[in-house]
Structure formats: C-alpha cells, structure tokens
Design a protein around this ligand. Structure first.
Ligand code: PMP
Length: 443
C-alpha cells in the first residue's frame, strides 16, 4: 500500500510486481513476517554476470577449443596496447631510486614509524601547491593521501554506497571503477559519452527519477574514449548534483597530459557547494609503483572518508610518500611533465597516422587531445572480444570495449593505448590490428 502511494501506481500493479519477483526467485514472502530478498538468487545472478570487468583478460578462453587452449596461453604477448600504463622509460625511476636510498640513509626511522593516517603533512602541502598550479585551491586539511586513486574510489564506495544504492556512471567508463561499485551491490545506471564527455542532457531526468548517491565521471581525457568535457557541461553536472543532493566523483588521472591547450578547469575548482570529491592519481605521471594518489573533499564527507582510510590501512606507506616528495616539490616535476607530454604526443600522432593510412574506412575514432588512449568504433557486427583472440595469436593485446560498459555491453569498440609501448612496437602493433580489422570486415 505504502509503495503504491509512493510510486503513484495502483495497488494491483504493485501486487503483480511482487508476484513476478517471487516467481522469478528474487524475493520470498513469509506470512506474518514480510517479504525478503533471496540472497541465493542475487548471488547466482552475480556469478552469471561475472564479478570483474577484468574478466576480459580471462574470458577469451571461452571462445577457444580446449586443444588450442594451452598453446594460446604459452604465447606471451609482446605488444601491449591494452595497458594504459606509462612506458617506464618516460618516468623518473632512477631519480626516485636515488631518493629512496638517500632518504633511508639519512632517516632510517621512516621504516619504524607509522605516518599520519591522513598522509604525510609535507606531501599534503606539496600537493596543495601542485594543485594550485592547476587552478585548484584547497587546504592540507582537506587532502587525504590514498594508495592510488583506485583506493580513493573504493573508500568513497564503501563509505557512501550500499546494496541497491544508485550510482551513475559514464558508458563506457574505467573498468576498475565498475568493479568497485558492483562489488558494493550498487545499482549502476549509465549515461552515454560523446566527444564532449557525459551526455548531460540525459543526466537530469535520470537523477530526478532515480536519485543517485553518486555520479562518477572522468571529465578530462576520459578513460577509455579520451573525450574532454567542456566547462558548460561540468557546471551543469554540478547543478544537477546540487538539486539531487548527490556526490560527484571527479576522477582525474591525467589532466596534465595535454597535447594542445590546457584542459578546462576541474569540476572541483568550480564546486561551490562541496559536492565534488576529487581524485588525483600519480600513477600516470610519476610512479605507479609508489601507489600514491590524493583525494580532496570537504566537511563531514572528508571526515567520513578519513575514518574509512583508517579502517582500511591506517595510512599510505610513509616510505613512498617521502620518496616522491623531493621530486614533486622541485622544478624537475614540471620539466618532467613537459617532456612526458612531448613524448606521448609523438606516440599519439604516430598511432593516428597509422590508423589513417591502414584502417578500413568503416572504422572511426576522434582525435584525443591528451591522455593515453584512442577509442575505435567498428561496424556493429564486429565483436572485439573475438578480435582480441586473433590479436593475441599475433602477440598483441588491446582493451575490448566489453570491459568498459557497466550495463548493456557494446562489443564493437576497442581501446588502443599509446603510452606503454615504444614507437617501433606501436607501429607493428597498430598496423597488425588494422590488418585484422580489414580481415574481420571482409569476412
Ligand atoms: N581511475 C582511472 C580513470 C584510471 O585510468 C586509473 C588507472 N588506470 C585509476 C583510476 C587507478 O589509478 P591508480 O594507479 O592511481 O590507483
């Protein structure tokens, strides 16, 4: 009766809906006690759908005859276009290694101490100054050092999302975030992405109707498409978040890696009302092995996230926080970023050139103005999960589109990362993929 009033539908409709849910095994009614969700059915569904978007790395085996299976796995991939890691040769590993040695000889106590749960104070201060250069003003009290932004997403999810809570994500989106929200039992709703990022025109209705707890977005050099959200859309999302009282996660792994002009202001810097939780990972620009990122939030939201961090690991390792500090605070950091942009632009241009020359005309993409990836759209009948099997035979990998969709999968896309392989490997890998595409289209 309550539900029929709330939803504005007749009692008969509500009863029928309950009957159908019970028939399909999702709920069970116990007379005198009430109606309960059947756990086993939920678990069965989860199992059927798979638990991780990284399943694509394993799932190719489903398509192979068992006889070929072992052989397939003996072939090591040589050309990883699936990985949006940075080529280690473009990162300041040597310098960081020296810094670790120096720090340990000068201050071996680092190993025998707990750091602050919130993160090393000097690093937080350094990050404030770093963010200020990107026109994002915040204070050390509102910064939490995390073990990468992956942990930031997880802390937010475990703090603010419970089973059945609605989370809005872009489609496609970053697979690692899908896994986190799925793991919390969230109901994930999606908004498609175009060349200007999330389709905000579709977001308002969705939010009015389903009242999400969280909107997760990668507005700058979106993973996987590379799109950049213009300032107008960023402001619209903030308005929607305000009117629906939901949080926005702005995940920003690589806004420093721009190839033309600087990207628009971060959503966090435009946020007047404290709805945005900003994540800045350092894996794509400095040292993924250090596992460091920061989270910026305010008020009680920040306090709750700090408590979650304490419960999770009592703080990010002090050793790696101290190791990156001298680099971040020196001029070297800005020089390094400049070089990184130049090197990655050369690689992006190379990939685009090969695609223009060798890919079939049915394949389309738009030019990423920064970031690490090119997102290809193929004719709808081509399944990139299948194409990946062919690519693996040539010792090449890419990220199939299926990994990036939280709900309805689209299988006719793929992501090529140009950040990990050198120019020779990129040339070989992308040319081979173009040939495979040609063969798939001619089939
Ligand atoms: N968010 C996005 C959009 C990413 O692409 C990645 C890494 N691929 C992460 C978060 C996780 O990064 P980190 O290494 O900082 O945990």
């Amino acid at each position: 009766r309550e539900l029929s009033k709330q939803l504005g539908v007749s009692l008969v409709t509500v009863v029928k809906a309950y009957q159908k849910l019970e028939q399909e095994g999702f709920i069970t009614s116990v007379q005198g006690k009430g109606t309960f969700i059947r756990k086993t059915k939920m678990e069965e569904t989860e199992r059927k759908e798979g638990t991780s978007s990284y399943d694509w790395q394993l799932s190719v085996q489903d398509y192979l005859p068992r006889s070929q299976f072992a052989r397939f796995h003996q072939v090591p991939e040589k050309i990883h276009l699936s990985s949006s890691m940075i080529d280690p040769g473009l990162l300041p590993n040597r310098y960081l290694e020296q810094e670790i040695h120096r720090m340990l000889s000068e201050n071996p106590k680092v190993l025998s101490q707990y750091g602050e749960i919130q993160g090393d104070k000097a690093l937080r201060q350094a990050m404030i100054e770093y963010l200020q250069r990107m026109d994002l003003t915040t204070s050390p009290d509102n910064i939490l050092v995390t073990s990468g932004s992956q942990q930031g997403i997880d802390l937010i999810a475990r703090t603010f999302v419970g089973p059945g809570d609605v989370v809005v994500m872009e489609a496609p989106t970053y697979p690692g975030a899908i896994d986190v929200f799925r793991g919390r039992g969230a109901t994930i709703l999606t908004v498609p992405v175009d060349c200007d990022g999330m389709r905000v025109d579709l977001l308002q209705n969705l939010c009015d109707k389903y009242k999400p707890k969280i909107i997760y977005t990668v507005p700058t050099f979106h993973n996987p498409t590379g799109s950049v959200m213009p300032i107008k859309r960023r402001r619209q999302i903030l308005e929607i978040a305000k009117s629906t009282q939901c949080l926005v996660i702005e995940d920003d792994p690589c806004s420093e890696i721009y190839f033309e002009r600087k990207p628009p202001a971060s959503m966090k810097s435009l946020d007047q009302d404290g709805h945005v939780i900003y994540l800045k990972g350092l894996s794509k620009i400095l040292a993924p092995g250090c596992r460091i990122g920061i989270l910026a939030a305010s008020g009680s939201i920040f306090k709750r996230l700090l408590a979650a961090k304490a419960n999770t690991d009592l703080g990010t390792p002090l050793l790696t926080q101290k190791a990156i500090l001298p680099f971040i605070t020196s001029k070297r950091m800005m020089d390094h970023l400049k070089k990184l942009r130049t090197a990655l632009k050369i690689r992006r241009d190379l990939v685009l050139e090969i695609l223009s020359e060798h890919s079939p005309e049915e394949v389309s993409w738009f030019i990423p103005k920064g970031g690490l990836n090119v997102w290809l759209t193929l004719p709808s009948w081509i399944n990139t999960d299948h194409l990946l099997i062919e690519a693996k035979k040539e010792q090449i990998t890419f990220l199939p589109g299926s990994a990036c969709y939280p709900t309805e999968q689209e299988n006719h896309h793929l992501r090529l990362s140009f950040s990990y392989m050198n120019e020779q490997q990129l040339t070989q890998g992308v040319t081979t993929i173009c040939n495979l595409l040609q063969s798939a289209i001619e089939l």
